[in-house]
Design a protein around this ligand. Structure first.
Ligand code: CP
Length: 310
C-alpha cells in the first residue's frame, strides 16, 4: 500500500500489521526516551484545510517520535485565500523536497484526487464526510486493548451517522476485523441505503442498541455539515439519543464508552459518563500516537521516490 486513503482499501491483514506495529511503538512510548530514528531522513508535511486538535497534534507527535522533520500547513493564513488550488499548493510544498503528506480536507475525495497527481505517500487525516482512517484504526486498537480482541464484539455507533467520516471508517474497520456493528440514531441521521450496503444493523432506539452492545462509540452532531437541522433541537436530541448515567445504569451490564472527540458535553454524551471509568476516550487519544506512528512507519519505510508533480 503506497497511501492510506481509506480503510475500505485495506485488508484485515493490513490492519493487523498496523496493530502489531503499533504495539511495538506503544511500548517505545512508555520509555523515558520516546523517540526512535526510524524516519530520521524523512520530511513530512501536515496539510490541514480543516480545523483539528487531536489528529493534527497526534500526527505531529507521531512524526517527531519517529525522528522525521515536520512542517505544518494550515489553509487559514496561507495563499489558499488568494485562490491557489489544492494541486498548486501541494506541488509547491513538495518542491521543497517533502517525502510524505498528511492531509485533512472538507471535500470528500480530496486526498484520492491528490494521490493521482503526486508521487509521495498521502495519509488521509479526514476527507469531508467520507473517511477518517487513522481514527478508525486507533478506535479498533483501543477496543482490542480494552476487550482483548475486536472479533465477535458488538459495537454500537451512535448519533450522526450521515455526516460522520468516523462512522464510515469505523464500519469498514470493525467489519473487516469480525465485529458486529449497529448504527443507532434518529432516522434523519442514518442513511439507510448505506447501512444496508455496508451490512450493519440499524436501530432508532438508543436503549435497545446499548442493551445489545459491548461498546458504544458515541459521535458528535456535526452541525457544521448540516444545511438545515435534521432534528428539532439539541435539547430534544439529547433527551432521545444522549448517552447519560441514567441510561447506562438502566442497562444490565457495563459497556465501554468511546468518543472520537470533540465532545459536545451534555448533548450526545454527559460529562459524568465521558469522565467515568467506563470511558476509554483518553485511551483512544493516547493510542492515536502509536497507531499513527505505525502507519507512517509502514508507508515511509518503502524506498523513497523523488517528489515531483505529474
Ligand atoms: N477526532 C478528531 O478527528 O478530532 P480533531 O477534529 O480534533 O482532529
Amino acid at each position: 500500500v503506497k497511501h492510506l486513503l481509506g480503510i475500505r482499501e485495506l485488508t484485515r491483514q493490513d490492519i493487523e500489521l498496523i496493530f502489531t506495529t503499533a504495539d511495538q511503538f506503544k511500548e517505545v512510548l512508555q520509555r523515558p526516551i520516546k523517540k526512535v530514528p526510524t524516519l530520521r531522513d524523512t520530511t513530512i508535511v501536515n496539510v490541514f484545510f480543516e480545523n483539528s486538535t487531536r489528529t493534527r497534534i497526534s500526527f505531529e507527535l507521531a512524526e517527531k517520535r519517529l525522528g522525521a522533520d515536520v512542517v505544518n500547513f494550515s489553509a487559514s493564513g496561507s495563499s489558499v485565500s488568494k485562490g491557489e488550488t489544492l494541486i498548486d499548493t501541494v506541488n509547491n510544498i513538495l518542491s521543497m523536497k517533502v517525502d510524505m503528506v498528511v492531509m485533512r480536507h472538507s471535500a470528500t475525495g480530496a486526498p484520492h484526487f491528490l494521490s493521482k497527481h503526486i508521487n509521495v505517500p498521502i495519509v488521509n487525516a479526514g476527507d469531508g464526510i467520507n473517511e477518517h482512517p487513522t481514527q478508525a484504526l486507533l478506535d479498533a486498537f483501543s477496543i482490542r486493548e480494552r476487550l482483548g480482541s475486536v472479533e465477535g464484539k458488538k459495537i454500537a455507533i451512535c448519533g450522526d451517522i450521515m455526516h460522520s467520516r468516523v462512522a464510515l471508517s469505523n464500519i469498514y474497520c470493525l467489519k473487516k476485523l469480525g465485529a458486529e456493528v449497529t448504527v443507532v440514531g434518529p432516522p434523519t441521521l442514518i442513511p439507510k441505503h448505506i447501512a444496508q450496503a455496508l451490512d450493519v444493523n440499524v436501530s432508532y432506539n438508543i436503549r435497545e442498541a446499548l442493551e445489545w452492545a459491548d461498546v458504544a462509540n458515541v459521535l458528535r452532531i456535526q452541525l457544521e455539515r448540516q444545511n438545515m437541522p435534521l432534528f428539532s433541537s439539541l435539547r430534544e436530541y439529547s433527551l432521545a439519543y444522549g448517552v447519560n448515567r441514567k441510561l447506562l445504569d438502566s442497562l444490565k451490564k457495563d459497556i465501554v464508552i468511546m468518543h472520537p472527540g470533540p465532545i459536545n458535553r451534555g448533548v450526545e454524551l454527559s460529562s459524568d459518563v465521558a469522565d467515568s471509568g467506563q470511558s476509554i476516550i483518553l485511551d483512544q487519544v493516547e493510542n492515536g500516537v502509536a497507531t499513527r506512528m505505525a502507519v507512517l512507519y509502514l508507508l515511509g519505510r518503502n524506498e523513497k521516490e523523488p517528489a515531483t508533480a505529474k
